[in-house]
Design a protein around this ligand. Sequence first.
Ligand code: BT5
Length: 325
Amino acid sequence: MRDEEILRLLRERSSDFLSGEEMSHLLKVSRTAIWKRVKHLRTLGYEIEASTHKGYRLVRSPDLLTPSEVSPLLKTKWIGRTIHYFHAIDSTNSKAYELALAGAEEGEVVIAESQEKGRGRLGRKWFSPPFLNLYLSVILRPKIPPHQASLITLMAAVATADAVQKLSKLSPSIKWPNDILLEGRKVAGLLNEIHSETDRIHFVILGIGVNLNMGARMFSKEIREVATSLKKEMGQVISRKAFLQALLLELEMWYEIFLKEGALPVLKAWRDRAQIEGRSVKVTSLGETLSGIAVDIDSDGALILETRDGEQKRIVAGDVVYKKK
Ligand code: BT5
């Protein structure tokens, strides 16, 4: 008997008690086994009332991201229909990569409550404390050439920014290539990893980390000045389940737009959020630092930079710092 089965029964009868006898009959296990499971669920934060005569009643569920909590809320058609859930993991991206290599399908999602080795780009770390934020990776198998893989990052940035806006009513901006900012501080980051051959992508692992309920004092020293969370910006706790539901729906919608209509709508939404044109920037790419004016992004998502001597450079990967105007 799995936790999901017992929770499903309790939810179906949420306004009333369900007797131990009926549960043991429906789940074909002993009443003692049910009682043991109920005790276990309580340790996970489920509030379950138990009465000798009436049975069990689910009073409150914790804000966990387990499949049994999340699946009933999802409004997506295919993203997140299979969820691989972990209390703690090294990195959801590493796990998703491993699953994709073993044949996992498009739309399967890996979610963890915490990451011990959460990863940013170029070997950097993603601070991932437990039960506060969102750390997830989605397996995608787009039929696009590898040089367009960056568009998946842009698409996901737009989807993440839209989800933040839907839940907070704040208006996040995007910083090339993969940061979502509120008031100039990073609230979410994206890490895309691809597995491909010369002209074909096998899969993309779309990793997304969003700071939701991290309080001001919980940020590690290294990121205190540069990072923020929805809670910090909104002054209230946000339901992680509700955020996850919105995020997966936005992702599915934007990914389908990208596949059906191509890059144009994604690029337009991205440009609206990024407002990068004409900004004075410093870009570090492959160990080289360049200063200049950002002109635009091109149709593959690369940054076009005009250097001081008027030369236009195309930058495929790197980090951007905005300079004061
Ligand atoms: C990123 O890298 O922004 C990509 C972050 C992706 C995280 C997700 S979580 C789920 C999935 N599984 C993973 O293992 N990773 C993905 P980058 O642009 O390189 O930014 C990294 C930098 O952001 C760090 O060097 C810090 O300065 C800062 N940082 C680290 N943790 C942060 C946090 N929680 N919030 C805001 N900034 C953070």
